[in-house]
Design a protein around this ligand. Structure first.
Ligand code: UDP
Ligand code: MG
Length: 317
């Protein structure tokens, strides 16, 4: 197993993007919690290509504190890539992923650790109990997203967040997955092992605003679905079969009218059919396109992220 000789018990991975105003306060809050623990820990803060002073802040907190390491990606690669960058550099036998905006309470980490220490779970997920800190639209978006995901992939993500503790076995399994387009929340469930859940209340961001846009969420949903299931493709196939059955019935009817000499006058139904199957065709093509694009992304084999600089010493990966 990778990193098995390490003395570090616990790694905390914090992906951040333009969190200049909060990251310093957040790390201080995290340190307060971690200092109370018997475990040897490290904090890996991944700056996902922020254009504000986030990395300077991270660097400032890391000076004279070897437990804090900062990694700066060469540009904004997205939270999924930032999390991977942190995971790949983590040394701990357990790794916690936590948002750097204060919405995930670090005070929950000791509870998560306690469950892991008992050896009863390899994955301890923090579940959102209360979403009232989120806006109506955000809650509605999440509800639709989770519903669609459950239907399509069987993964129940309701209330799920990226805030979770993973045993080294889970971390290594997730890192080993070769895909470029990643959906962490689903991947940690996919690998199996034993999951335990602890509830938490989502708090307000300490500052700044969420970087999710509706467009970003739709993109995430498409990534999540197309990287976990090919079911939509089989729907298109079933839909085609259904259309074929209808067209057989209509052909029979047309022939019947022709035989009786009462043909023509079918303009309306014809137009409807053309429009209907025309658009169905386009949708099906678009869907195929999405999957082909996914294959294209994967065969290019580009790195998921690039590192621009790091604070202090970084362990080789
Ligand atoms: N984040 C990131 N890269 C991005 C967007 C966000 O690393 O491209 C970080 C962000 O700084 C925060 C966490 O991911 O620590 C969650 O992001 P955000 O608060 O925007 O999302 P939400 O809480 O609304 O899900
Ligand atoms: Mg947030």
């Amino acid at each position: 197993m990778k990193n098995s000789g390490s003395a570090i018990d616990l790694s905390i991975v914090v992906p951040v993007y333009n969190e200049e105003a909060v990251i310093g306060v957040f790390i201080a809050r995290l340190m307060r919690v971690l200092k109370e623990l018997p475990e040897l820990f490290e904090i890996i803060v991944v700056d996902d290509g922020s254009y504000d002073g986030t990395f300077t802040e991270i660097h400032r907190t890391s000076v004279g504190n070897s437990q804090i390491r900062g990694i700066r990606l060469s540009r904004n690669f997205g939270k999924e890539a930032a999390m991977l960058a942190g995971l790949e550099r983590s040394l701990g036998r357990a790794v916690v992923i936590i948002d750097g905006d204060g919405q995930h309470p670090p005070e929950l980490i000791p509870d998560m650790l306690a469950i892991w220490r008992l050896g009863e779970a390899d994955l301890v997920s923090a579940f959102k109990r209360e979403r009232s800190a989120d806006s109506m639209v955000a809650r509605l978006n999440a509800a639709i997203f989770n519903r669609v995901m459950k239907q399509l992939t069987g993964l129940d993500l309701a209330g799920a967040s990226d805030f979770r503790l993973m045993d080294r076995r889970v971390v290594d399994a997730v890192i080993a997955m070769p895909e470029r387009v990643r959906f962490f929340r689903g991947m940690t469930l996919w690998v199996g092992f034993r999951e335990a859940r602890v509830p938490f209340d989502v708090s307000e961001r300490m500052a700044g605003s969420s970087s999710w846009t509706s467009r970003g969420l739709i993109k995430l949903a498409i990534t999540a679905i197309t990287s976990f299931t090919a079911k939509p493709l089989s729907w298109v196939f079933s839909f085609g079969c259904f259309g074929l059955a209808i067209s057989v019935v209509l052909t029979l009817q047309a022939m019947y009218s022709w035989l009786l000499g009462i043909a023509v006058s079918g303009w309306t139904s014809l137009t409807m059919l053309i429009l209907f199957f025309g658009s169905a065709n386009l949708i099906a093509l678009g869907l195929l396109g999405i999957y082909i694009a996914r294959v294209f992304e994967e065969v290019k084999q580009r790195p998921v992220y690039l590192v621009r600089e790091t604070t202090g010493e970084l362990a080789d990966v």
